[in-house]
Design a protein around this ligand. Sequence first.
Ligand code: PEP
Ligand code: MG
Length: 590
Amino acid sequence: MEYFRLRGTGVSPGIAIGEVRLTEKIVFSARKDTIEADQVAEELERLEAAIGRTRSQLVQIKEKIGKKLGEDHSFIFESHLLILEDKSLTQSLKKKIEEDLFRSEWAITQVHGRYMEIFDSISDEYFKQRKYDVSDVLSRLYLNLQPTEAPKKEDGKNRILVAHDLLPSEAASRLSRGNVLAVALDVGGTTSHTAILARSLDIPAVMGLRDITQSVKDGDTLIVDGAVGEVIINPPLAIRREFIGKKKKYDDYRRELQKTAALEARTLDGIRFTPMANIELPEEVKVAQLMGAEGIGLFRSEFIYFQSPELPEEEDHFRIYSQLAQQTAPMPVYIRTIDIGGEKTLPQLNIEKEPNPALGLRAIRFSLRDREIFRTQLRAILRASVSKNVSILIPMITELEEVYEVKTILREVQGELRQERVAFDEDIPLGVMIEVPAAAAITDKIVREVDYISIGTNDLIQYYLAVDRSNELVSYLFKPLHPSVLRLLKFIIDSAKKADKEVTVCGEMAADPLSAIVLLGLGLKNFSMNPIFIPRIKRVLRSIEYGTARKIVHRALTLKTAQEIEEHILEKILVKHPTALLMGGEYPSG
Ligand code: PEP
Ligand code: MG
């Protein structure tokens, strides 16, 4: 048994040691298969029957998973049902049968290929991942063309699932049985449903391993390190021992973090702060709560547009928002209207290719151009607001005129709903993201027009320092502690405080321990971040006094460089609270 190691992307942290259980790949037809013209009706019936079988399976699994794991996971199947009901999808399948005289298998293969091409042309990694949902539904449909299912091999006890790809529906049913130790896949990435599911079930997972299915067989021994993204095949005894030690260390660390999640979010001198979560899927609410989130500080609603190749309807939005609001209640949920355009372009949206996408028709700029899409989203958010914990958040505001326009549209939509006697929260808060420097510089004016503000430091720093947030070549310049950034943040936070309005930071800066201390010192109380970082930020902020953070910032604002500021914080913290920054790292490594 050969020993070797493979590197992929760690998508769900944790270490597992166990035996391989290899899963076969679903293969679509490779052969063009046609029918005669007089067989069209019969073939359409065959397709309809398969659609019917697929529908009832999805409904069944949805109910089963809903009971077992809660509604947030059964949601995957809700979206699969939507894909299955999608008119453009079924029509293209039928057209291939009626006009091209393709047998259903070949029609599905062709349509599947076309959809994969479309999704592959999208540059945003998160959206790209939605192709697996379409693939999942089409694979199920394909298998259902044969009325009887082939018998499946049992997973066995405590195995590590190895597959080319684990379709979201397969993942949900197999991972929920409680007998899977870890997952290792050839393809996939952090934002796939399977990855999200693995994280929320606390199952270590590594994806993007390219050819692990070619390299292992049933019964091989595997170590999966989900934090590092490594898979070790047939490890010798010494390595096994090393990883047993690492696993224990990691498990202890997780237990520690979990304890932090349950503790009150207060500084040493008793000042309350509120850690919240940034999420993209309703399924993530549970993990967020587990990590100690006191609300969803940012719901990136863009993902709804990737559930189906057609534009989502009001009901699609509504279903998701009300699920989100109900699950989070009584804690708050800030639903951000779509931040689409720029790089996150989509085939169903009418956006031209732009020479400079980051400075182009993004977010609210797009919403104010395609107003029907915006109104649909606002109607759905308003309808979901009956639980009284929903706020509307508008991204990428540049000038006050945009705020005025948004308010006019919101008033119109509210008027429509009143006329239709549809209930909504009459006091729903409206807030804007401060992430364009021009808006930041007039925060004192903007804040008077809205109920709260949320600082998107990812974009704010990108635009203020002229550093592309995703360009590795200039990432060394992306400095949240740059003196200019601190001055700007001080102005924004002070402006909100003077106007007695809530202010949150929802960029990654809130998840960085040193920056979080600075933000606290600037007077910030609401920190929203990727849920996985909440325990460490809670730990850091619980270990210092608000008064100390204020003093640190007072001095930091007089310093000249990010490095001087960083050194100053470290010096002060380490002298006064030598353990505050311990365990600040995401996971222990080695
Ligand atoms: C930000 O810009 O900081 C932010 C939270 O929004 P996004 O990362 O979605 O652009
Ligand atoms: Mg942003």
